[in-house]
Structures are given as structure tokens and as C-alpha cells.
Ligand binder design. Structure first.
Ligand code: AMP
Ligand code: MN
Ligand code: MN
Ligand code: MN
Length: 281
């Protein structure tokens, strides 16, 4: 049988709802053979996930999803097969988490000004001492009855021109690709169809990404439609990037995204796991 890959997932170390070991167990139960744990701006879940994967015989790829600011937009870049002990990577991630902490307080202040108090404390509590993401604010606001669901919170409070929006000031593309290279990882643009860029802007992003040493892009993603997959496959082939596939799973609360249930990569796309740099060869 074919090897089943899922190269994008989150645990409690960032904004997922399963522990690293719980995530690995869920992936194993779903028939995943190779899982990448790619938490936002932290590698804290990797040790626990690796230990759990060893027990099941499933393969775990150490990964991270890094927040990048590019042309006034936030873009996510995955580092797959990274060495979590790399000092350059960890120093970079510390800086991003410092910005995250400041941003969380600022989101709280802005929501308070809009008449909704207690959000910073509430989101921080939900994050349990780990990174605070907008997802934590969303869960808090839903629990407090300010919105019907997480998606609704984002739309009304947490995106551009809404009361709780704070623009990202993350790291630059070149800088981030430097950290991933230092950690011996493969850099992959996450969910490229999600950025709502024009086709030409997306090509510019991909071009710069390649110039800075990036090598792959997600063609199949839990947040891509069929049409997105077709378009991203064409871009991937044209730019001669490696193609990746990942669910972007955050936990069982979101029934639209399942672990390991991903469409096959379209013909002509070279999978990232066939790269000579793939960590599990
Ligand atoms: P942050 O990195 O803190 O800005 O949070 C980004 C995370 O919020 C993403 O990784 C998603 O998990 C989540 N997210 C972003 N936009 C939405 C949305 N429209 N609906 C639900 N979740 C979202
Ligand atoms: Mn997330
Ligand atoms: Mn992302
Ligand atoms: Mn993600």
C-alpha cells in the first residue's frame, strides 16, 4: 500500500487541541504513516511527539510553521525535518514569540476598547502557558458568547479593519529561510492559496522564496479547494518546486479537517518526500 503522508499539523504546543502524544495517536489511528508536527513558532511539542511515534512505529517529521511578514502580509513557511536543537532557529523563534506576547496584550487592549474586557487574560489561560494565538482569543470569545463559532470571531474581530486586529510584524522571508537552512530543514510555503494574493503577487512570493533557498510549496492542504489544488499544482510545476501535502489539522473540534485524508498530489508534481534532503531516507 502507498505510504500515507500528512505533513502539516498542530498540537497544544501552539493552537491545536491535542497533546503531542494525543495527536500522534490520532494520526496513527487514522492510518497516517508519516506525520509532520508543525506548530506555530515553537518546537516544544516535538520531543513528546517523537517519543509517542516511536512507540507506535509511525514516523514523525520534526517541523515548525513560522510566521513571516512579506509585503505587508503574513505568510506561513514550514520547516520540515528541522533539527530542533539548532541555536539559530531557536533564537529566531524566541523573537517571534516575544512579538506574539506583545501582540496578544495589544489584541486584548483593542478588544477592551471595543467594549469586550478580559480577553487577554482569557486567551492566555486557554493557552496554558504556551504560545498565545488568535485561535485562543477566538475560543475565548465563543465561550463568552460574543460569536457563534471560531470562524465568526475571525471575521468580526480578528482580521484587518476589525476591532481586535493587530498587523503582524514577524520575521522577513530571507531571515526565516536562513534559520530553516541552519537547522537542515526543507522550507515549504504553507497553504499558498489562502493568502488571497493575485496570481502575479503569488508568483513573486514564490520567486523570492526560491531565490532565498526555499524548495517546496503545499499543493494539497486541508484549506485548499479542488480548484486551489489544480492551480497550486500548476504553479509548483512551473516554478520547479517540490510539492507537499498536509491537513493543517488543529484537533477534532473542527470536523472539516481530518488527519491524513488528503487528495493525491496531481500528476507531474514532485513530492517533497522524494527530495534527496528528505530526513527519513
Ligand atoms: P496567529 O498565528 O496567532 O495569527 O493565528 C493564526 C491561526 O488562526 C491560524 O493558524 C489558524 O489556525 C487560525 N485562523 C486564521 N484565520 C482563521 C479563520 N478565518 N477561521 C478560523 N481559524 C483561523
Ligand atoms: Mn493555527
Ligand atoms: Mn498557517
Ligand atoms: Mn498550520
Amino acid at each position: 500500500m502507498d505510504t500515507r503522508y500528512d505533513l502539516h499539523s498542530h498540537s497544544l504546543a501552539s493552537d491545536g487541541t491535542l497533546s503531542p502524544a494525543g495527536l500522534v495517536a490520532a494520526a496513527h489511528a487514522a492510518g497516517v504513516d508519516v506525520l509532520a508536527l508543525t506548530d506555530h513558532d515553537t518546537t516544544d511539542g516535538i520531543d513528546g511527539a517523537l517519543a509517542a511515534a516511536q512507540q507506535t512505529g509511525m514516523q514523525l517529521v520534526a517541523g515548525v510553521e513560522i510566521s513571516v511578514s512579506w509585503q505587508a502580509q503574513t505568510v506561513h513557511v514550514l520547516g520540515l525535518g528541522i533539527d530542533p536543537d539548532c541555536p539559530a532557529l531557536q533564537q529566531g523563534l524566541v523573537k517571534l514569540r516575544e512579538f506574539r506576547d506583545w501582540r496578544a496584550e495589544e489584541i486584548g487592549r483593542r478588544l477592551a476598547r471595543a467594549g469586550i474586557g478580559g480577553c487577554y487574560t482569557g486567551a492566555r489561560k486557554l493557552a496554558q502557558g504556551r504560545i498565545v494565538s488568535r485561535t485562543h482569543f477566538a475560543h475565548y470569545l465563543v465561550a463568552q458568547g460574543h460569536a457563534a463559532c471560531v470562524r465568526d470571531v475571525f471575521k468580526r474581530f480578528l482580521v484587518n479593519n476589525k476591532p481586535g486586529f493587530v498587523s503582524g510584524e514577524w520575521a522577513g522571508l530571507e531571515e526565516v529561510l536562513g534559520w530553516i537552512a541552519a537547522a537542515d530543514g526543507i522550507a515549504v510555503i504553507a497553504h499558498p492559496a489562502r493568502y488571497r494574493m493575485t496570481a502575479s503577487k503569488l508568483r513573486r512570493l514564490v520567486g523570492e522564496f526560491r531565490e532565498c533557498g526555499g524548495s517546496g510549496m503545499e499543493v494539497v492542504s486541508g484549506s485548499h479547494t479542488r480548484d486551489n489544488i489544480t492551480a497550486m499544482a500548476a504553479l509548483c510545476r512551473a516554478e520547479k518546486l517540490l510539492a507537499s501535502s498536509g491537513s493543517d489539522y488543529h484537533g477534532p473540534e473542527n470536523p472539516w479537517v481530518n488527519l491524513g485524508q488528503l487528495a493525491a498530489l496531481p500528476a507531474g508534481c514532485r513530492p517533497v518526500w522524494e527530495s534527496e534532503h528528505w530526513p527519513l531516507h
